[in-house]
Write a protein that binds this ligand. Structure first.
Ligand code: NAD
Length: 290
């Protein structure tokens, strides 16, 4: 019997993941609130469904790519009865959304009680990584569920790191994105300093990328989307603001003091000229920003 994978959320990331799964031979069902996104998925061999219930009834694996933890929890809540009716037929949700550790833990407990599985499996690598099946995935959840989901995970991710129990994947992702958010600001400030001191920012960037000041932001995002003034990485300001806010909330809950993270979060939240729908690489625009 062919494995059926249902992808819920066909946005910048979900569309690429669904296309990748379909391209690798999984029978892939796709749902998004937007008909336009479903139509795009259909062009690559994804079978669009009319409602999430359809995907919940038929899939063995459900891949979520939704904006926030709230969206993830409400999709599960709305369809929990479908999962109850599938008792004995284990369904595993692979939640690739950047969500919240506590929400993931709670959902995993609820699904485990129904003999289903839930993995928090957020990703890094952008829409390009999703479309090429080369994401990095950080996974929290039960070993047996990771083992069962391995073929689906490996179809989407070149690197899949199982980092701990439920919630651990989300913690890892928030730490990663806090650093990416900081690198965006520190790299911008470095290039502003270079320019104001008479050094060509292109030359400064070449140096950083051959020396110890580099990061993926300096190696990929600056050359591809910032120096070129294209600003179309496919990751929005609003989603990065969510991530830094969640990282800061996590720090507050655990009682750890992170002064730089506090400042980074404020800078992302306060960049009033940038709207949530803008691409997050605009935050690195060292030429026009003050
Ligand atoms: P997006 O806004 O492009 O896509 C989200 C999609 O979910 C939209 O198409 C929306 O219509 C759909 N949606 C919302 N609620 C829904 C529901 N109840 N049912 C079905 N569809 C629903 O966002 P994205 O950039 O694809 O990001 C998705 C998740 O992945 C986010 O949590 C984000 O933080 C994370 N992420 C994004 C990137 C990136 O580079 N874009 C990278 C890593 C992680």
């Amino acid at each position: 019997k062919q494995t059926i994978v249902g992808v819920i959320g066909l946005g910048s990331m979900g569309l690429g993941m669904a296309q990748t799964l379909a391209g690798k031979g999984f029978e892939t069902l796709g749902f998004d609130l937007s008909d336009e996104r479903k139509a795009l998925a259909e062009k690559s061999g994804v079978v669009p469904v009319n409602g999430i219930a359809d995907a919940f009834e038929r899939s063995t694996f459900l891949v979520f790519s939704l904006p926030t933890a709230k969206d993830v929890a409400s999709v599960v809540n709305d369809h929990i009865d479908t999962l109850k009716n599938r008792h004995g037929d284990r369904v595993i949700i692979i939640d690739t959304s950047t969500s919240e550790p506590d929400v993931s833990r709670e959902l995993a407990l609820r699904l485990n009680a129904l003999d289903h599985g839930f993995l928090d499996a957020p990703v890094s690598g952008g829409p390009g990584g999703a479309a090429s099946g080369k994401l990095t995935m950080m996974i929290g959840g039960a070993e047996e569920d990771v083992a069962l989901a391995r073929p689906v995970i490996e179809a989407m991710a070149a690197k899949a790191l199982h980092v701990g129990p439920s919630g651990a994947g989300n913690v890892a992702k928030l730490v990663n994105n806090l650093l990416a958010a900081a690198h965006m600001i520190t790299t911008k400030e470095g290039l502003k300093l270079a320019f104001s001191a008479g050094l060509d920012p292109e030359a400064a960037l070449r140096v950083l990328n051959a020396a110890s000041g580099r990061s993926m932001i300096s190696e990929v995002h600056f050359p591809t989307w910032i120096m070129s003034n294209t600003f179309n990485s496919g990751f929005s300001m609003g989603l990065m603001r969510k991530d830094v806010r969640l990282a800061r909330e996590l720090a507050a809950r655990t009682g750890v003091n992170l002064p730089v993270a506090d400042l980074v979060a404020e800078l992302w939240a306060d960049a009033a000229e940038l709207e949530d729908k803008d691409d997050f690489t605009r935050m690195g625009d060292f030429q026009t920003s003050k």
